[in-house]
Design a protein around this ligand. Sequence first.
Ligand SMILES: *[C@@H]1O[C@H](CO)[C@@H](O)[C@H](O)[C@H]1NC(C)=O
Ligand SMILES: *[C@@H]1O[C@H](CO)[C@@H](O)[C@H](O)[C@H]1NC(C)=O
Ligand SMILES: *[C@@H]1O[C@H](CO)[C@@H](O)[C@H](O)[C@H]1NC(C)=O
Ligand SMILES: *[C@@H]1O[C@H](CO)[C@@H](O)[C@H](O)[C@H]1NC(C)=O
Ligand SMILES: *[C@@H]1O[C@H](CO)[C@@H](O)[C@H](O)[C@H]1NC(C)=O
Ligand SMILES: *[C@@H]1O[C@H](CO)[C@@H](O)[C@H](O)[C@H]1NC(C)=O
Ligand SMILES: *[C@@H]1O[C@H](CO)[C@@H](O)[C@H](O)[C@H]1NC(C)=O
Ligand SMILES: *[C@@H]1O[C@H](CO)[C@@H](O)[C@H](O)[C@H]1NC(C)=O
Ligand SMILES: *[C@@H]1O[C@H](CO)[C@@H](O)[C@H](O)[C@H]1NC(C)=O
Length: 895
Amino acid sequence: MAPPPRLAILLLCIFFSLAAAAAAAEGCGRNTSLEGYEADLRMSQHQLRGRVAVLDGCSFRVSGLDLLAGSSSARWWRAQGADLESLSRGSPAAADPLNRTFASESLVFRLLPGLSWPLVPFLAAFDPLTSSLFGFVRLPSNTSDSDPTDSDSGGDGSSSSAAPTMLASCAQLSPRFRVRWTLNESANAIDVGLEAAVGSEFYMAFGWAAGKPASMIGADVAVVGFTEDGLPFAEDYFVTKRSECVLRGADGGAEGVCPDTIYGGRNGTAAEVNNTRLVYGHRRDGVSFVRFSRPLVSPDKKYDVQVNATKNMTVIWAIGLLRPPDSLSPYYLPLNHGVPAGTAFGFLELNVSETTSCHGPLDADDKEDQGRITAERQTPLVVTVGPAMHYPNPPNPDKVLYINKKEAPLLKVERGVPVTFSVEAGHDVPLYITSDAVGGNATSRNMSEIIYAGDSKSEGVPATPTELVWLPDRNTPDLVYYQSLYDPKMGWKIQVVDGGLSDMYNNSVLLDDQQVTFFWTLSGDSINIAARGEKKSGYLAIGFGTAMVNSYAYVGWIDGDGRGHVGSYWIDGKDGMSVHETHENITYKRCRSENGAIVFEFTRPLTPSCSGRVECKNIIDPSTPLKVIWAMGSQWSSGRLSVNNMHSATSNRPVRILLLSGLAEAVQDLRPVLAVHGFMMFVAWGLLLPGGIVAARYLKHLKGDLWFQAHTYLQYSGVAVMFLGVLFAVAELRGFSFKSTHAKIGLLAFTFTSVQPINAYLRPHRAENREILSRKRVIWEYLHVFTGRTALVAGATALFTGLQHLGHRYGSKTIKGLTCGLVLWVVSGVLVVVYLEYIKVKRRRDGADGLTHKWVLGNTEEDDSVDLLQSDRFASKMKSSFPGPEEVQLEPLKG
Ligand SMILES: *[C@@H]1O[C@H](CO)[C@@H](O)[C@H](O)[C@H]1NC(C)=O
Ligand SMILES: *[C@@H]1O[C@H](CO)[C@@H](O)[C@H](O)[C@H]1NC(C)=O
Ligand SMILES: *[C@@H]1O[C@H](CO)[C@@H](O)[C@H](O)[C@H]1NC(C)=O
Ligand SMILES: *[C@@H]1O[C@H](CO)[C@@H](O)[C@H](O)[C@H]1NC(C)=O
Ligand SMILES: *[C@@H]1O[C@H](CO)[C@@H](O)[C@H](O)[C@H]1NC(C)=O
Ligand SMILES: *[C@@H]1O[C@H](CO)[C@@H](O)[C@H](O)[C@H]1NC(C)=O
Ligand SMILES: *[C@@H]1O[C@H](CO)[C@@H](O)[C@H](O)[C@H]1NC(C)=O
Ligand SMILES: *[C@@H]1O[C@H](CO)[C@@H](O)[C@H](O)[C@H]1NC(C)=O
Ligand SMILES: *[C@@H]1O[C@H](CO)[C@@H](O)[C@H](O)[C@H]1NC(C)=O
């Protein structure tokens, strides 16, 4: 009896679901309040453009559909909103896959059975596989009835159904450059959108040429582009000369391709001449898009061309590299666009009243806009979180992962080279390496993933970072992802490649600001060097020296034909004229561009085998630290250099590289620990130890054992301070190294000083057999005095060599002052000693010195000690030696 009811229930279910489907199909033809509603698709990715029109209860037309292909899971999608959370909870709205490129097509799509418009508050183009939003329209709910009939007048920018990327007309200027525009004649305005598949470092210029025949001179162009922070800008420019903008200092004038405000600014008419308004801009899929608005007939008759909306007019356009603002000019200035016509610049007859269109979306070769980081052996990658500014795959969370301070960069790793992450992104953001493009636990999204490294324990904060080491091996696929274990879409791609610079070079360090990596291998009497920029640039320069001025520089650049060059230079000033090309014997030169970032390599001898020329002094001594700086800019050439070759980014300070050990450190101001070392040594060698010697020599005439106490206390404290000073130096330099003169002399002083207390302890005591012991004692005293004074001379010398050493490391400004001070100190010490010596001699002549013929160094218990050094015989012959380098003159003892 059991089966039939079950069967009945099953049949009943099927019946009801069929009925529901039928009802939905029936409702499809029914008119809805949305019928006739139209809206532009808002572009998010994949160059999506198109206008959605609701046809009836369950179908819609998309006209002018442009889209770069998504994966086979990309669909029209329904969701409550366009944010990450809503989209991931949404579901497909139509069956057709968006897995191909759509080029200006007009298509009708049907909603999936069972769906009706009230269930589709947002219609999006979405790829759940990579969680990528291509674009969306918002459909008004049935209550908030913005009258659907007036929406077809959209495109004027005021209607909420108009997207800033949608303009009425489009003209193809070159294969990778388009202009789109919407004419608004009644408002005396035209909206222009410039679109080009170029890097973010390029400008796009478009405007109207004056007069006939068309010429670049007198053209009124808008120059648009992106700042280094990725923000769009649009500026009104006027061309007075076929050159880059040059400011004439005296009268404040300018010529070339300059902003209107430079010409007109002086008269206080900046507001009038600056009449190009930025409306919108973005970079998506390697394509720049900037929309601006300008008047057709401008009040500025001088620097604006009047546009007749109904006439054929000549327009002029160009794309080229942009020079960032610097101290000379506060503007982003377009550099010479170069040739050929039709690719880099061109003219076109255009009547803005005629509607034309372009075919399909722009497809850039290089769609990846993110910063790049290449992992190196031994150099940890610092993983933090920060605000999402330009996350490559919207929608995205507010906070995303940063590596080495770059937002969600593309990470490049080499198989066989371990990658170390220092994870300090917070306790709720553990890092893991996964095959899943979205991250944040694929299992919870019913997807599978392979985890290569990381788990819930690989989390940390800046105070207690956690190290995560991952070794990509030969089984690791070419593309994996770094992500947060709990939250989706915080990380980005990891490119896994075979072999690279880290394979070919033994050592590498990141230079200052982590924008340039320096590689080297020492081989015999030559050195192989490579440098790699970590961001896009036209050239990369590294220099040996503490600053650009007085440095030997090596520049790698790619010329207009795409060939790489490496050149060597000597720089003795701050302008283009002070960069002198040199003829260094560099071999194995190679320069290439890896996705826009310059990599160059060369080999040079450690010691140039020439003489006379400046580059012959460019000697690399592997045992002394090499100070390395860098710079990057947009353009370089082998001939004469100009202001265009100025760098746009540079290191803030040199990095000292120990070529033998592979270690590097940023050059800093006087290291506190070394300063303490220096001060302690000064106290020991400049004050306490000489003080003790002076006490032993000149205080003997005082009653009691005062001189002896002063001598021992001063010497013991001097030795103690010296010990501490040595420890400080050892701690700072992480070990002993006796390569430098300073260390050698210091070691000598240290040894002599250390034997003195032992020596003093072992001194022959006075005994019965006075004759023999006296002799021993005398020899011992000679020894003691000799060692002590040698130590003092060595110590004082070490003070000077120490300052010299410091000068080599940290530049010579403060060191000169310190050296002068020390010289003064020594001289005054010598003077004091000379004076004391004089007093002493005088006292002895007066016969007041009752202590002659007493041993100097005896313990006071042995009160009959004789002052060997005080005895007339010697004293008269002895020259004061403190603390100068003159040697103590001791006469051999008679009898
Ligand atoms: C719905 O369609 C019917 C005819 O099919 C028409 O009479 C009616 O006016 C339409 N209603 C609306 C709101 O468009
Ligand atoms: C897109 O998907 C459809 C259905 O899954 C398939 O038939 C078609 O070949 C795919 N097109 C492309 C270009 O992958
Ligand atoms: C929209 O209309 C549907 C029926 O067509 C109704 O169920 C829903 O409550 C309406 N929404 C609002 C916000 O009034
Ligand atoms: C500034 O104004 C003066 C007169 O007011 C005019 O002669 C001069 O040409 C103007 N300069 C510019 C750059 O417009
Ligand atoms: C032009 O005007 C815009 C806003 O109206 C302003 O942001 C921009 O700085 C101005 N440019 C100059 C060069 O004054
Ligand atoms: C624009 O040019 C047309 C002829 O092509 C002319 O009739 C019209 O007057 C011009 N308009 C203006 C504002 O100059
Ligand atoms: C305007 O230019 C188009 C082609 O660009 C040409 O076909 C048309 O004849 C021109 N009109 C006039 C009035 O010159
Ligand atoms: C992912 O989520 C599933 C269930 O939602 C859970 O069992 C699993 O432990 C999670 N994985 C990680 C690595 O947290
Ligand atoms: C340049 O160096 C190579 C080896 O490093 C040497 O063979 C060659 O003679 C040198 N040339 C000059 C001009 O010094």
